[in-house]
Design a protein around this ligand. Sequence first.
Ligand code: IMP
Ligand code: MG
Length: 197
Amino acid sequence: MEIDRKMLNDVERTLISTEELRARIAELGERITVDYYGEDLMLVGVLKGAVMFMVDLARAINLPLEIDFMATSSYGASTHSSGVVRILKDLDRSIENKNILIVEDIVDTGLTLKYLKEILHDRNPKSVRVCALLNKQKARKADVDLDYVGFEIPDEFVVGYGLDYAEIYRNLPFVGVLKPEKYTSVGCRVSATADTP
Ligand code: IMP
Ligand code: MG
């Protein structure tokens, strides 16, 4: 299928191709299968960015597992650095004594993930680990351990394969760098408010 011209035109360059995504997710799935063999497992996807990754990763893991989703939003650009996030959708069921693997699209400052890990820890799971498709290590503000990482990427704004800018581009089948002129607010870090409604 040909990719929509308008979306393609807004992308400066491809960072990770569809084929690279497929191959790396297969590897992550194999590692997770080995690491959790004989254990229970619940994947917790963070909406909406992690949706594409979550479904492909789940199919690459050859174990019985549960899936659930959470949706979060930062309190807005001005208070973003506080790391306080609002829970828009919580998990459906208890995670007590379960092995939780948080599935994230991208870790940027790390503030969202740090908060999420803390609140899940408070619910007495057996373990909480993190699998992030993309990691922008250079942008990190909060110290947070990532157990599985798909790709280390530079500190640039990326879209596609679940990741959006202003809710668009999520259905691009690859990860690409968005042309800077597509950011509406000059001087404002779009990544900080990307998922804020
Ligand atoms: P953090 O709290 O700064 O780590 O923010 C993580 C969230 O911001 C991710 O889950 C994404 O939703 C969003 N985000 C960060 N960087 C990007 C990007 O380059 N493109 C799209 N969304 C991003
Ligand atoms: Mg996200």
